[in-house]
Design a binder for this molecule. Structure first.
Ligand code: PMP
Length: 442
């Protein structure tokens, strides 16, 4: 490589003295200086000052085209005027009531209208929380303990699901997770029906949890339609709850999420990110019969016979207002916004792949519709095992290079495009990537 990683980092540091200062201060009180481990990268993360549309700026006054977008939460871009207005109006009326509010009802109706499996809805505060409750509900409904999840899939930080997200899959993802907990989780190879068939034959499985398109663990690696149909069939035949984790794909792949995009309807789905319009959110939605496992008011039901769910901030009115403003935009457009983002992602995939070919670089831009991933391997990426051949050093160098050229994509795996992105924003990513390939050509 003509430009070394330390030269790249030196340029990064030169452009961000105030971020460096804040990072040093943060580290005195906060492990790694960040409040979510994924946000740390070398030399240090930038400190954001504001976001507007497709752009984000840092505390040193640098502006970037944002390809992270709140880790996928900002489908309409930063500070969309309708979202800002809804939040301001609600904030003036109070931020939490700890009793039911009308916005919860409106947003639940919107979700039920848009998401095919959503006959009933419960709101939570994060995707992690939604997944935790989805599994509890599935276990309560089926009266079984075991769950199936797939290698490379990220479903949040909860112990039972924080298993086998990144390579090597045979090592724990975190210290502090008791092995007895992990014993309830069957970690299976993705996109292979035979292994699922065998696992459900040999175990009493409560739920199969799947990301229809992988996100944080392998952005853009998609389940095949036949595979999802197969999971649907296996779940129905064996009395298992099929859970689509649509925290990323929900409202993105189509207004009705991946279940609409692929035409396969799960029993339960978890939502987050876009649902909150940029404010903290999660949701659990699904078939009435299963969701009613949560209901403690049914005649004769005792506490221990229902799946408890709730929390101080669930149904928070500010989040509900932001989410409603966001979903109204997406719903009103009848798929056009999703198609536009899919077109932009398609253009990125095509142009980057053309460049990788032209410069003979082992890399590929992957994804279906409005999903996107960029990896430095020429191997097939049908599942997360394919990432074994990914040149991580090069992938990280590409990301740091882009940041020094005004494109915000720290080296996480997920790439996101919003409806606020213009053709020029897309072209900038392509052009700056070409510069990277020229500079690093051996
Ligand atoms: N599921 C998926 C598919 C996700 O991508 C994420 C977050 N990236 C989560 C669950 C967890 O969501 P949260 O970060 O809101 O807890």
């Amino acid at each position: 490589m003509k430009m070394t990683m330390s030269e790249l980092e030196a340029e990064y540091i030169r452009r961000s003295p105030r971020s460096k200062q804040l990072f040093d201060l943060a580290c005195k009180l906060t492990p790694a200086g960040v409040h979510s481990n994924i946000r740390f990268f070398k030399p240090y993360p930038l400190f954001a000052a504001r976001g507007e549309g497709s752009k984000i700026s840092d505390v040193d006054g640098n502006e970037y085209i944002d390809y992270v977008l709140g880790q996928g939460a900002l489908f309409l871009g930063h500070a969309h005027p309708n979202v800002v207005k809804a939040v301001q109006e609600q904030a003036a009326k109070g931020s939490i009531y700890a009793t039911a509010n009308e916005l919860e009802v409106k947003l639940a109706h919107k979700v039920a209208k848009m998401i095919p499996c959503a006959e009933m809805v419960r709101f939570a505060n994060s995707g992690t929380e939604a997944l935790m409750h989805a599994v509890r509900v599935a276990r309560a409904y089926t009266k079984r303990d075991k769950i199936v999840k797939f290698e490379g899939a990220y479903h949040g930080f909860w112990d039972d699901l924080y298993v086998g997200v990144s390579l090597p899959f045979d090592k724990p993802m975190s210290s502090g997770i008791p092995s007895s907990v992990a014993g309830n989780t069957l970690l299976l190879e993705f996109n292979k029906l035979e292994v699922v068939e065998r696992a459900v034959r040999e175990n009493q499985v409560a739920a199969i949890v799947v990301e229809p398109v992988m996100g944080a663990g392998g952005s853009g690696i998609a389940a095949g339609v036949e595979y999802l149909k197969g999971l649907r069939e296996i779940s129905t035949d064996n009395g298992i709850a099929l859970i689509f984790d649509e925290v990323i794909t929900g409202f993105r792949m189509a207004p009705g999420g991946a279940q609409q995009y692929f035409g396969v309807v799960p029993d339960l789905t978890t939502l987050g990110k876009i649902l909150g319009g940029g404010y903290p959110v999660g949701a659990l939605a699904g078939k009435r019969e299963i969701m009613q496992t949560i209901d403690p008011t049914k005649e004769g039901v005792r506490r221990w016979e229902c799946a408890q769910h709730g929390g101080t901030f669930c149904g928070n009115p500010i989040t509900m207002a932001a989410g409603l403003a966001t979903l109204e935009e997406i719903d009103r457009a009848g798929g056009q916004l999703n198609n536009r983002v899919a077109r932009l992602c398609g253009k990125i995939r095509k142009d980057l792949n053309d460049l990788f070919l032209r410069y003979r670089v082992k890399a590929r831009a992957i994804g279906v519709g409005p999903s996107l991933g960029v990896f430095f391997t020429d191997g097939e990426l049908k599942d997360a095992r394919g990432l074994l051949s990914n040149d991580e050093e090069k992938r990280v160098a590409h990301c740091i290079w882009l940041i020094t050229k005004g494109i915000w994509h720290p080296p996480i795996k997920g790439w996101y495009v919003s409806t606020a992105h213009k053709d020029a924003d897309i072209q900038a990513l392509i052009d700056k990537t070409e510069d990277f390939l020229k500079t690093t050509r051996s």
